[in-house]
Write a protein that binds this ligand. Structure first.
Ligand code: NA7
Length: 898
């Protein structure tokens, strides 16, 4: 590349043979490095990019294997920072080939004259932070060292090929190629016996083309993958029309989407569709040939719930069986060891059909592992395959490999990044690392990166980082570093996010499982591109929360803390509610509030099916009380849980917690009977409690008729319903029955003392407000009555009560009175367990299929109920424990929670 070499020598000349001084050094000249250069230069920073290759392109420079293409539609997989650039370049295909993408990146480099700031053929060999000068010193294998204020790794996620870990590679006498380091000159495979090891994206893209050339191709497959036909050709007309209709809007939608591609939220759940309807959706997606579409547009629960996902996987398997003629080969090609999407699914052109060719052999390494590579070919534990060429499509040391390849990177106090990351990468926002001031990573571990359209993520990272550098220049700060608190908080938030999807359930390069000895854990951010962007923005709007900034002649600034303490889906729900700018419920009047709740609930995700739902009435003190009974699908009789809905004694009815009752019925395998007790202001204290007591007694006496186990019942309730359940336990003890085997109290109201910290800390902003609680109290109960244990059970006698499971949420005004009740029960000798749900709000557990992170709490609640009822801890349908039961959502909030 003559241009490149000229650029390199110019660059070194300016350094005068001594240390090359710049404001910002960038490592890598792929998508990220090029955009960095463009922005940094535009914003007045001196900069240099150090690039190991002799040209731009990054991953698209190295991955030249036959069939290499992007697997996001090209109209989405390109820069959007400059509308003129968008109109200056026309893509020729729906999925561009590697040569075309490389040409595009060359075009971008030339258009913005970026090559003059790139030192090609230059590898960074080490990097060291010098505290005295507050600069990074980068040594290189070619030319001057670089001294910079800011050091930005734009090294890509898939640029460090993984060794094949197979004995004897060096003994092989034929040709050896790695897909990730494919030669520039033509590789002639015609007439040769070729082996391909690996069936990830690179293998799946190259195998059909290699099969067309080779005399014989033998594919060595360890793990089969899901692959979807690309149906490549011209760019899809409807997508192009959308883009051209409103380019800015289209791009903006991508920026706030889940994966960086503008597709609508799916709202229908798999169980709301019939078999033929699901099949039709799948066939449509198969015909469209778009991974993001297939992964997100079939039904709302597909990516997040094992059952919803399994339906997709099975339809894939049917396709493979149809395409591959030999049933034995088809069986080997069918993936069973991971949920669809948990491992990167692939986009193919004739991949499965290639195994119908007479010149192709599939070797299933699960049945006959490779023993070694010999001079003449490959030996499994059953056979020997003589080949002329071996192609290793064995993947990468992903996400961390390229960063750690610069070794050592020594931060403050001389600590090395490889040591600090020995147990897995730790970052703040995926962009920075504590102890490494002024070091940034683009698409680093902890950012959405590989789970997103990379270009969208790259542009967001670059803009965010460069904007910070500008802000520091303007304010006089010269160093920026993530705090320990912030980094720990991000690790916790990452772990919370990882429960939202199924990625944690597969051994993949996302989790580090493909590299022997590598620390394992989900490395990319699974919370989505849009939410990630909003968090980065929040860091700034809250005064650089989690960063320490210093500079000469300026006071240190450190707004220490965690940027996200809420569960990720709870945060989205709250943001959504804030955007809706709802009037305070207490301003609507009782009837207005009831209408609002009814409207709100009508729009929420439908609960999952249970065996039977029966509406009925039972005799109350002053007339019939309605109830709704949820029966499990399993054979009865079942223990009965008498349930009391939430709503501050004012709102709701026996159906208002329908999704929660269904969910708990499925999980616990018990009958739930939700009681329509009477409400204030029409019926004030103590009506709700007395109705609840009468209903519980009646249900206990008629358990057999209801299909339940006679003898005893359990009680449960949420919020004011939790209050009623707690009170009933006291009344039942004092009034001679019924026998209650256990009580489940979810965020219960237990006292009328408003000075506990949670009433202040969580007074506003978390859905249930202090003001709304005051309103509920005023409507239900006069001040004089408030100390009565029938409304303040914490003030009652607690000894001799049924065993209890008390759930409280961190961001709930009622948190501390729930905890106080649990503690008081324990002090009174009542067996009690408390679940203190971190990051949750008052309604987290009843927002079923909206707040997905609430699942594990409901699993624990169901287990407690089963224990109380003397049932074995076996789980019922829909249950998972280690996995989320995400389903979703004909619902605005649910859509946001995606
Ligand atoms: P991948 O997706 O990591 O695939 C590598 C493949 O190589 C995969 O099938 C591996 O099996 C297989 N492999 C790795 N090591 C071995 C050994 N030692 N023996 C046998 N088979 C082995 O990398 P790709 O390059 O295909 O794709 C990377 C990404 O680039 C892709 O997801 C796109 O985003 C673009 P395993 O699954 O580990 O059992």
């Amino acid at each position: 590349m003559p241009d490149a070499m000229v650029a390199a020598s110019n660059s070194q000349a300016t350094s005068g043979g001594t240390t090359h001084q710049v404001d910002v050094a960038v490592v890598g000249a792929g998508f990220a490095g090029l955009y960095l250069l463009q922005r940094l230069r535009k914003d007045g920073f001196t900069t240099v990019a150090l690039e190991e290759a002799d040209d731009v392109g990054g991953t698209w420079y190295w991955n030249r294997y036959p069939g290499a293409r992007c697997d996001i539609q090209t109209i989405d997989y390109c820069y959007t920072f400059d509308p003129e650039l968008e109109s200056a370049w026309k893509w020729s295909e729906k999925y561009a080939t590697q040569p075309e993408i490389l040409r595009y990146l060359g075009f971008v480099a030339d258009r913005y004259d970026l090559r003059r700031d790139i030192r090609f053929c230059t590898k960074v060999t080490a990097a060291r932070w010098d505290q005295a000068t507050e600069r990074w010193l980068l040594t290189t294998d070619n030319g001057a060292a670089v001294s910079c204020r800011y050091y930005i790794m734009a090294t890509g996620c898939l640029s460090s090929p993984k060794p094949p870990e197979i004995d004897g590679v060096k003994d092989f006498k034929g040709e050896v190629y790695f897909t990730g380091r494919w030669p520039h000159e033509e590789v002639k495979l015609a007439g040769k016996r070729v082996a391909v090891i690996g069936s990830g994206s690179s293998g799946i893209q190259s195998i059909p083309l290699i099969a067309e050339q080779a005399a014989h191709l033998t594919v060595f497959q360890r793990t089969p993958n899901f692959a979807l036909p690309a149906h490549n050709g011209a760019a899809t007309a409807d997508r192009v029309a959308l883009l051209e209709g409103d380019r800015a809007g289209y791009r903006e939608q991508a920026r706030w989407s889940g994966a960086g591609v503008p597709l609508p939220k799916q709202t229908v759940c798999s169980w709301q569709l019939s078999d033929p309807e699901r099949r039709e959706r799948f066939e449509n997606a198969w015909a469209i040939g778009d991974l993001i579409f297939m992964s997100s547009q079939l039904w709302a629960d597909q990516r997040v719930d094992v059952d919803g996902d399994a339906l997709v996987a099975e339809l894939f398997r049917e396709k493979i069986r149809t395409i591959v003629k030999d049933p034995g080969i088809a069986a080997s090609l069918i993936p069973y060891d991971h949920p669809f999407g948990a491992k990167r699914p692939c986009l193919d052109t004739n991949y499965y059909a290639t195994f119908n060719r007479p010149n192709v052999t599939l070797v299933n390494l699960r049945q006959e592992p490779i023993k070694s590579i010999m001079a003449s070919g490959i030996k499994t534990d059953k056979r020997t395959f003589d080949v002329d060429v071996i192609v290793f499509a064995t993947g990468f040391d992903a996400m961390t490999g390229a960063i750690m390849a610069v070794h050592p990177i020594k931060g403050r106090g001389g600590k090395s990044l490889s040591d600090i990351w020995a147990n897995g990468p730790q970052t703040y926002l995926g962009l920075t690392v504590t102890g490494f001031p002024n070091l940034f990573m683009i698409t680093g571990p902890g950012s959405p990166s590989v789970l997103s359209n990379m270009v969208v993520s790259i542009e967001q990272h670059v803009d965010w980082v460069v904007d910070r550098l500008i802000a520091m220049r303007e304010t006089g700060f010269t160093t920026l570093e993530a705090t320990e608190t912030a980094q720990h908080g991000w690790a916790r938030h990452m772990a919370d996010c990882s429960t939202l999807t199924l990625h944690r359930l597969a051994n993949t390069w996302y989790t580090g499982a493909n590299v022997p000895g590598k620390a394992q854990g989900v490395m990319p951010y699974t919370g989505g591109v849009g939410p990630y962007r909003s968090i980065c923005n929040e860091v700034v709007s809250r005064g650089m929360v989690g960063f320490r900034l210093t500079g000469p002649n300026i006071a240190e600034q450190c707004n220490d803390g965690e940027v996200v303490r809420l569960q990720p889906d709870v945060r989205l729900v709250l943001n959504m509610l804030e955007e809706m700018k709802l009037a305070p419920i207490e301003s609507l009047g009782a009837q207005g509030a009831r209408d609002f709740v009814a409207e709100f609930n009508a729009d929420r995700p439908a609960g999952r099916p249970v065996g039977e739902v029966v509406d009925g009435t039972l005799p109350g003190t002053d007339g019939p009380l309605p109830y709704r009974l949820y029966r499990p699908a399993t054979p009865g009789p079942h223990p009965i849980v008498v349930y009391f809905h939430g709503g501050g004694w004012v709102l709701g009815d026996q159906q208002s917690d329908d999704p929660y009752c269904r969910d708990m019925c499925r999980r616990s395998g018990m009958i739930f009977v939700s009681i329509g007790y009477r409400h204030a202001p029409e019926h004030r204290f103590p009506t709700a409690a007395e109705d609840g007591y009468v209903a519980t007694r009646w249900i206990s006496e008629h358990a057999g008729e209801l299909g339940g186990q006679p003898g005893s019942v359990l009680v449960a309730g949420w919020s004011a319903g939790g209050n009623i359940a707690a009170v009933i336990c006291q009344l039942a003890r004092d009034r001679g029955g019924p026998h209650i085997a256990g009580q489940l109290l979810v965020c219960p109201i237990t006292d009328c003392t408003f000075d506990r910290p949670s009433y202040n800390d969580n007074a506003t902003g978390y859905f249930l407000t202090r003001s709304l609680m005051y309103w509920f109290w005023d409507i239900y109960c006069s001040p004089a009555d408030r100390i009565d244990p029938r409304v303040s059970p914490l003030r009652g006698k607690l000894a001799g009560l049924p065993q209890a499971f008390v759930v409280t949420c961190e961001f709930d005004p009622l948190r501390d009175e729930g905890i106080a009740y649990g503690d008081a029960l324990a002090a009174a000798g009542v067996p009690v367990e408390q679940l203190k749900a971190r990051g949750h709000i008052h309604s987290s557990f009843t927002m079923v299929d909206v707040v997905i992170t609430g699942v594990s709490g409901r699993v624990q609640m169901a287990e407690a109920l089963r224990r109380f009822a003397g049932l074995p801890p076996e789980r019922k349908q829909g249950d998972e424990g280690v996995r989320p039961a995400r389903t979703a959502t004909p619902h605005k909030i649910a859509a946001a929670a995606e």
